[in-house]
Design a binder for this molecule. Structure first.
Ligand code: NAD
Ligand code: IPM
Ligand code: MN
Length: 356
């Protein structure tokens, strides 16, 4: 079992170190190889996704990824910015299916900014399409406008697009996942305004015919954003496009207590996967040793489950995380009165101890 370890930038380095600690504490034999990615790779090799890093990722069974990005790279040409590394990995490896499970552990019910009764027992799964949409659509760029409100003015444009096979495959992923859960899929779109998302809705409706045992509802993205905080437990599986999924999953993270709790798995059609927390490199807290490593540790559990066929080990990690939370250990983002504040490394050490 070969794991590519790509810590990246900012807190990526701190949180991946804790996940690696946890993986090493399992009595399994992995081959782990690290490489630079993002801003760190740009500094060393002049490119955020060097060939050596991409080739290592391609040759591995799974990739454990931290986060990339820093404000200081915002003025670079786009192809050189750190974020291009994660976008490039998703595209080159065909990682189209992004699973972002928002589970509220009972111990953290008080950590969320939402009322406890709204989130107690919450277990929803956001499935985000990850290689299409306005993120990758061509053409895009800047030009002088020839029409619109200000002809002759400078303007910028992107292209939102989805093909039928792209929508069909992510819809199938969502229906299959729902079959193993509460058998309900909410497809989130903006069909009332956008042609791309009327097509999305039509194709999801077509695929649904293969899954009569699963309930399908359609919801506009603006309403979905509201319903997620009004009655989050009404959802089971949410399936949506790349951009809406990005936004809704950050929103959903607060249902779990903190963005530092939301893991993710990004899979391709051959079961290879990239595992990363849903959050970014958090430059505002990087280097302080206070980032929550649990989203990354829980992503490592997803890696064991989905790519390495080690379900028992995945469950051991998840149980260990619940145990440290029950012990009252909290990084600052999930800290509340009566609990014990710990740093990134202490939290990782506690998970390792709880595994034993
Ligand atoms: P962010 O997710 O990095 O941070 C948002 C807020 O959440 C910050 O206040 C941060 O301190 C906090 N936070 C995030 N993770 C945390 C953790 N584990 N523990 C405690 N607090 C945590 O988003 P941002 O600030 O908008 O972006 C920062 C950089 O990260 C940007 O360059 C952005 O492009 C990049 N980014 C990368 C990824 C990725 O690599 N997949 C994902 C999102 C953002
Ligand atoms: C995420 C991030 C990325 C995205 C960025 C860093 C490209 O926000 O993984 O959610 O928008 O997909
Ligand atoms: Mn995001």
């Amino acid at each position: 079992m070969k794991i590519a370890v790509l810590p990246g930038d900012g807190i990526g380095i701190e949180i991946v170190a804790e996940a690696v600690k946890v993986l090493n504490a399992l009595d399994l034999s992995f081959e782990m190889e690290s490489a630079l990615v993002g801003g760190a790779a740009y500094e060393a090799h002049g490119h955020p996704l060097p060939d050596a890093t991409l080739n290592l990722a391609k040759a591995s069974d799974a990739i454990l990824f931290g986060a990339v990005g820093d404000w200081k790279y915002d003025k670079l040409d786009r192809p050189l910015r750190p974020e291009q590394a994660i976008l490039g990995l998703r595209k080159h490896l065909g990682l189209f299916a992004n699973f972002r499970p928002a589970i509220c552990y009972e111990q953290l019910v008080g950590a969320s900014s939402l009322k406890p009764e709204l989130i107690s027992g919450l277990d929803i799964l956001i499935i985000r399409e990850l290689t299409g949409d306005i993120y990758f659509g061509q053409p895009r760029g800047r030009r002088v406008a020839t029409d619109g409100h200000f002809p002759g003015a400078e303007e910028a444009f992107d292209t939102m697009r989805y093909s039928r096979p792209e929508i069909e495959r992510i819809a199938r992923v969502a229906f299959e996942a729902a079959r193993k859960r509460n058998k309900k899929v909410t497809s989130v779109d903006k069909a009332n305004v956008l042609e791309t998302f009327q097509f999305w809705k039509d194709v999801v409706t077509d695929v649904h015919k293969e899954y009569p045992d699963v309930a399908l509802e359609h919801m506009y993205v603006d309403n979905a954003a509201m319903q997620l905080v009004k009655a989050p437990k009404a959802f089971d599986v949410v399936v949506t496009g790349n951009m809406f999924g990005d936004i809704l999953s950050d929103e959903a993270s607060m249902l779990t207590g903190s963005i530092g709790m939301l893991p993710s798995a990004s899979l391709n059609s051959s079961g290879q996967g990239l595992y990363e927390p849903s959050h970014g490199s958090a430059p505002d807290i990087a280097g302080k040793g206070i980032a929550n490593p649990l989203a990354t540790i829980l992503s490592a559990a997803m890696m064991l489950r989905f790519s390495l066929n080690q379900e028992a080990a995945a469950q051991r990690i998840e149980a260990a995380v619940q145990k440290v939370l029950a012990q009252g250990l909290r990084t600052p983002d999930i800290h509340s009165e009566g609990t014990t504040k710990v740093g990134t490394a202490e939290m990782g050490d506690a998970v390792v101890k709880a595994l034993k």
